[in-house]
Write a protein that binds this ligand. Structure first.
Ligand SMILES: [Zn+2]
Length: 239
């Protein structure tokens, strides 16, 4: 059985606007961080993609240059909370130690989780279903900027999106619908991709140099995610 998380990205923007005010300790889904020796408010803010100001305000800190090791900080990360709520991992499994995030294009004009899942099961004979963990729609087959999570995310299963089995074990796969040799990703797709990737980076402590295109993964011979997908521009928007 497959559990599918599906949202429109506009709902994500709305949620971040509505969720005003500092997060409070004990609120389900809120994120906390115990300060390690040597960490600063700056380094912690970078890790979670929030500003030092937001972090200070949420924790009632007047002087952000002084923060004591051992203190537990509340991370006011609305989109983090949002993703946790909308794309939950099954309570029956543990999360994997993912090390890479690999971006793909579908090389088709139309697509959705449903279409790819059908194709991968029936045509490519993958019993675990859709090879990617997430799909981001382009308005043809699924809504523009809509994020869908497949069962490989929910059940924390290895991907089927790379040639190497070892790489699939540690690489999350995100597929953007579209042929980016012919056209560019839509602005809404890129916004959704940035938000999703930042969430995954924060959750699994993945640095931006481990966010790569399919073509950049070792041993691959492909143009995926297409000539019009700029990894450099995308990485500038990451944590
Ligand atoms: Zn690919």
């Amino acid at each position: 059985m497959m559990k599918i998380g599906k949202i429109l990205f506009s709902a994500l923007l709305l949620a971040s606007l509505v969720a005003a005010g500092p997060a409070r300790a004990g609120v389900p889904g809120s994120l906390s961080h115990r300060v390690e020796r040597g960490e600063t408010m700056w380094s912690i803010s970078q890790r979670y993609g929030v500003s030092v100001d937001e972090l200070s305000r949420a924790n009632g800190i007047s002087d952000p240059t002084r923060v004591q090791a051992g203190r537990v900080l509340i991370i006011p990360h609305d989109s983090f909370t949002y993703f946790e709520r909308h794309f939950p991992v099954s309570s029956r499994v543990n999360t994997r130690s993912w090390q890479y995030i690999v971006i793909h294009h579908s090389a088709t004009e139309i697509g959705s989780l449903h279409r790819f899942d059908y194709h991968h099961r029936r045509v490519r004979r993958m019993p675990q279903g859709m090879a990617y963990h997430f799909v981001i729609g382009n308005g043809r087959g699924s809504a523009d900027g809509a994020i869908e999570a497949g069962s490989r995310w929910t059940l924390q299963q290895q991907g089927g999106h790379l040639k190497s089995v070892e790489r699939n074990e540690v690489s999350l796969g995100i597929c953007l619908v579209g042929n980016f040799n012919e056209r560019s990703p839509t602005p809404k797709q890129m916004e959704a991709l940035v938000a999703l990737t930042r969430y995954l980076q924060a959750k699994f402590s993945i640095p931006r140099n481990r966010v790569i295109g399919h073509r950049d993964s070792r041993g691959e011979r492909t143009e995926c995610p297409g000539r019009n997908f700029s990894l450099a521009d995308f990485r500038r928007r990451l944590l």
